[in-house]
Design a protein around this ligand. Structure first.
Ligand code: ASP
Ligand code: MG
Length: 437
């Protein structure tokens, strides 16, 4: 059994959908997890936003865009009675959204789910039309969330196993979509289809997960800002987790965990170049050295300075309790005897957090920061790796450095305006000056 996940651009046109046929036809039993066609979830989010602010006219205009996108696609995929069937699928789901947005309060979760639902229904129908047997599974029947809205892995396993009928070899299902314990439709948050694939693979003890996108795996630096980046052929789970978390957009960070727990290898592959190696993430490749550099924007640094911290215990606990109260995760933390600095990327409760923290001492907020992470194995015990990394930051002002939290990364918090320069400097120092650090 293998689980294959195709992202928005890989299912973004009739031509792309057709080209998946060769990739999903295997010897093994296959579960195919699809995202919505590219751009659709963004449009659906916009429709909800407009409807909730009583701008139905705009909401309907965006809905028309969604409808046109799917109608254009099915025209190129089908003819005759299959085209009629596909038009029915699109029509009825668009009508459902139309009805919902004109009700007093529209159901955001229900509307967001329609992108993945239409995409999978169309793809399954397309395979039927070319006589490729397949079975469509509804993610709401097995992707169950617990009372904290986190995937309930035991429940997922319990629900999906009986659905894997022996009559079929090829199953198609939606990424992203989930169901609450009481049966309401929900989702795994934006970009969650990778997570769906990993959860399904873990539930079914699959032998591999393949995440298909339009780039040839993880790169050793951000190709949007740095020339000559190279794809990485092998990574350990820890390296992949750090890279995904600290900014490499190719993989949803949470998706590494279910795969790691069951030692299921994860391939990152390119639909435009299926023969290319891509990146293989597994237990087997824990080789030392720096592998990659990644950055994450939208970071806010908060510094709390307090005389009360001096030789006192329980201070950090109180600080953490504030973040806990507002359910806001902390990414990076550093402390000195009189101050603690930390970063968050969710600013929703920033104002309340700062107000609460002010009871402990002076609070300073630095907006528009980025986290730049140098990721690899055993890098914090390699003097050469450490020296090269620090040398790269010689001319860059730094707010925080996190070193030694794990042996997998050295993390810098800097102003976003210096991010691109830092990525390039790191590239020169680490991947160009010496071949291997
Ligand atoms: N369609 C969803 C999104 O755009 C889920 C995903 O693509 O992973 O966020
Ligand atoms: Mg994605």
């Amino acid at each position: 059994m293998v689980v294959l996940k195709f992202g928005g651009t890989s299912v973004g046109s009739a031509e792309r959908l057709k080209s998946l046929t060769a990739l999903v036809s295997r010897e093994d039993k296959v579960v195919v997890v699809l995202s919505a066609m590219s751009g659709v979830t963004n449009l659906l989010e916009l429709i909800v936003e407009k409807a909730n602010s009583f701008n139905l006219e705009k909401a309907n205009l965006h809905l028309q865009e969604v409808e046109d996108k799917f109608l254009d696609t099915i025209k190129d995929l089908f003819s005759g009675s299959f085209l009629e069937k596909a038009a029915e699928i699109v029509g009825s789901r668009i009508a459902l959204i139309e009805k919902d947005i004109s009700s007093s309060k529209c159901d955001q979760k229900l509307i967001l789910a329609q992108g993945e639902l239409i995409t999978t229904e169309i793809f399954s129908l397309y395979l039927n039309s070319i006589d490729v047997e397949n079975h469509l599974l509804m993610a709401t029947d097995f992707m169950i969330l617990d009372e904290n809205k986190e995937p309930d892995e035991l429940k997922i396993q319990e629900c999906i196993k009986p659905l894997m009928s022996n009559d079929f070899k090829l199953f198609i299902t939606q990424g992203f979509i989930a169901s609450t314990i009481s049966g309401e439709i929900d989702n795994l948050k934006r970009g969650g289809s990778d997570y769906s694939a990993s959860l399904i693979a873990a539930a079914l003890d699959a032998k591999a997960i393949e995440i298909w996108t339009d780039i040839d795996g993880f790169h050793n630096n951000d190709p949007r800002f740095v020339d000559d980046t190279k794809p990485l052929e092998y990574l350990s789970f820890d390296e992949a987790a750090e890279l995904a978390y600290f900014g490499a957009k190719i993989l949803h960070p949470a998706s590494v965990i279910p795969a790691r727990n069951k030692s299921i290898k994860v391939w990152l592959k390119n639909t435009m170049e299926p023969e290319a190696h891509g990146t293989l993430v597994s237990d087997n490749y824990v080789s030392p050295g720096i592998k990659a550099v990644a950055a994450k924007d939208g970071i806010t640094t908060i510094r709390i300075q307090s005389g009360r911290m001096l030789q006192a215990h329980g201070f950090l606990k109180k600080v953490f309790e504030v973040f806990d109260k507002y359910k806001t995760p902390i990414d990076v933390i550093t402390t000195s005897e009189v101050a603690v600095s930390l970063t968050i990327d969710d600013k929703k409760y920033l104002h309340d957090i700062v107000e609460d923290l002010m009871t402990f001492g002076r609070v300073k907020v630095i907006n528009n920061c980025s986290i730049v992470s140098v990721v690899g194995n055993h890098i914090t015990s390699s003097p050469r790796a450490i020296t090269k990394t620090y040398e790269a930051f010689e001319t860059v002002p730094i707010h925080m450095i996190s070193f030694g939290g794990s042996s997998n990364n050295i993390t810098f918090v800097i102003d976003t305006e210096n991010k691109i320069r830092s990525l390039r400097l790191l590239n020169n120092k680490i991947f160009q000056e010496s071949n291997y650090v």
